[in-house]
Design a protein around this ligand. Structure first.
Ligand code: ADP
Length: 165
């Protein structure tokens, strides 16, 4: 059984992420969608909210939703996985992802079978979708309904409505 980790901020999950998850399930037996907790970043949604939104959007018994803090290589050892799944949108994603994949492979040498990253090209209808743009557009009252699941849209509306009060 091949278990792949799909790590990210998912602040919030978008249709671009969901596309990668669905296609990832065609390749891997099981996916762990892992919300990265980064104490140096201030997310819009808490880790719990981000996990809830992922669970609401992806209802497959082959998808586990979890969160982790610290190095991905340590989390991979804990989950007994040696594959990381990442999405690539544009050339601008490439440089950082290339560096990260090499670093994880180097650091992951202690993992049984190492730690390799598999990249999946974004679905062409999602290449310009990012969580940060969705957050920004939504904060100014723009319509983001085509980029995110319904439940995420409601939570965004709620979040910014509360912020305005
Ligand atoms: P991170 O902060 O780790 O980049 P993100 O939540 O922004 O977390 O992204 C997680 C992963 O999903 C990354 O591999 C990213 O490239 C990929 N991703 C994000 N948006 C899209 C999209 N629209 N299409 C395909 N992949 C995407």
């Amino acid at each position: 059984m091949t278990l792949a980790l799909y790590p990210g901020s998912f602040d919030p999950i978008t249709n671009g992420h969901i596309n990668i998850i669905q296609r990832g399930l065609n390749i891997f037996d099981k996916l762990v969608v892992a919300v990265a907790i980064n104490v140096r970043k201030t997310p819009l949604f808490s880790a719990q909210e981000r996990m809830d939104m992922i669970r609401e959007a992806v209802g497959s018994d082959r998808v586990e939703v979890d969160c982790f803090e610290g190095l991905l290589v340590d989390y991979a050892i804990k989950k007994q996985s040696n594959v990381v799944l990442r999405g690539l949108r544009a050339v601008s994603d490439f440089e950082f992802e290339f560096q990260l994949a090499h670093m994880n492979r180097r650091l992951g040498a202690e993992n049984k079978n190492g730690l390799d990253t598999v990249f999946m090209m974004t679905g062409e209808e999602h290449f310009y979708v990012s969580s940060s743009l969705v957050r920004e557009i939504s904060s100014f009252g723009g319509n983001v309904s085509g980029f995110i699941p319904k439940s995420v849209e409601s939570r965004l509306l709620e979040k910014f409505k509360n912020d305005k009060n």
